[in-house]
Unconditional design. Structure first.
Length: 129
């Protein structure tokens, strides 16, 4: 992680979306608004990054939680989490001009702190095109 990177652990539980999304956009919109409200309460609005970024999301497991399959990590509310970060000013947009890569992992070593999510943002070295 370079000196301009940000890594923050949030008291937000990731879901994997296995309950089905279908065409219920209103459900994901409510989730995004709830996450945005939590981020604002935590005092996390900021000015957007001036260069493209990479985002890494770490699901911090709580007591009794099991690991998900790797292909479930970026399902569920991780999209709404990133959209909420856009809404509070972290990024101009979450399109490829501003966010070049999103990755995810799981951490069972901090169960006393979970469930939670750690968001790490690393600026790219090249300016936006």
């Amino acid at each position: 992680m370079n000196k301009n990177s940000i890594s923050i652990t949030l008291p937000i539980e990731l879901t994997n979306g296995n309950d089905g999304r279908g065409n219920r956009w209103f459900s994901s919109s409510k989730v995004r608004k709830d996450i945005e409200a939590e981020l604002r309460l935590l005092g996390l609005p900021r000015q957007p990054f001036e260069v493209p970024v990479r985002i890494h999301i770490t699901r911090v497991l709580g007591r009794g939680q099991r690991f998900w399959d790797a292909d479930s990590l970026l399902r569920g509310n991780s999209k709404e989490l990133i959209d909420a970060l856009v809404s509070i000013g972290w990024f101009v947009d979450d399109g490829p001009k501003y966010v070049t890569r999103v990755s995810a992992s799981q951490d069972a070593s901090q169960r006393d702190n979970g469930p939670a999510v750690t968001v790490t943002v690393e600026p790219e070295k090249t300016p936006m095109r």
